[in-house]
Design a protein around this ligand. Sequence first.
Ligand code: ATP
Length: 232
Amino acid sequence: MARFPIFGGDTSRRIAEADSVAVIGLGRFGRALALELMAAGTDVLGIDLDEELVQSLNGQLTQVVRADSTKEEALRQLAVHEFDRVVVAIGDDISASILTSSVLLSMGIPVIWAKVVDDRHGLILEQLGVHHVIYPEKDMGRRVAHLVRGAALDYIEVDRGYALVKAAVPAALLDTRLGDTGLRASHGVTVAAFKRGEEPWRNADADTVLRAGDTVLVVGPTSSAESFAQLR
Ligand code: ATP
C-alpha cells in the first residue's frame, strides 16, 4: 500500500480547473518540465510510481502523488480526466508509456504530449493518436550539432528547415538602419530582435540601428540563418 495517500479527486479537480497541467513520470525530463511550469505560474499535478521521487518533490508542485498511470481507475481518482493538458514523461518503460497514453486518449484528454526514446516508440504513439510526440535526445542532439558546427550563440529549429538563431552582429550591419542594409534580399533572413549590453531584448524594425557588441536574433531558412551566424 502506498505510503502517500491517493488524494481524493477534490484537490486534483481544483487544480484541473485552473491553468494547469498533469505531468506523468517525474524522472529528469518530467521533473524539469514540472518545475519549469510551476515557475511560470502553471499549476502542476505530478504523478509517479516511485515513492522517493514523489517525496522529493513534495511541496514543489501544486500536488504530487504516487500512482500507477497505466491504471485508468487510479487516474480517474486523481481527476486526470478533467485536465485539458497532460504530459506523459515516461521513456524507458515503453509499455508503461503506451498504456498510459492509451488510457489518456480513451479518457478524451484534449491535448496529450508524450516524450519518446526512439523513432519506433514515437511511431506507435503517433499511430495511437497522441497529439504531440517529442524526441528530447534526438532534438537536442540535432540542435547541438548546429551549435558545434557554426558560430551561432543559440539555435532553435522552429520547424524542419526554418530556424531562429542568436548571433553576434556582423560588421556589414553596424551603424546602418536595418531597412537600408538589404539583409533580407542578400541573406534571406530577418532580424527579429536585438540586445545591447545589459538592456532587455527589444524587437527590431526597419529603423533599428545595430551597434558593435549587440546580439541579434535572426529568423529564416535554416541554411540562411546558419550562414548569417558565420558572418564576421
Ligand atoms: P528521464 O530521462 O526523464 O529520467 P527516463 O526515460 O530515463 O526518464 P523512465 O524510467 O522512462 O525514465 O521513467 C520516468 C519516470 O516515470 C520514472 O520516475 C518512473 O518512476 C515513472 N514511471 C514509469 N512507469 C510509470 C507508471 N506506470 N506510472 C507512473 N509513473 C511511472
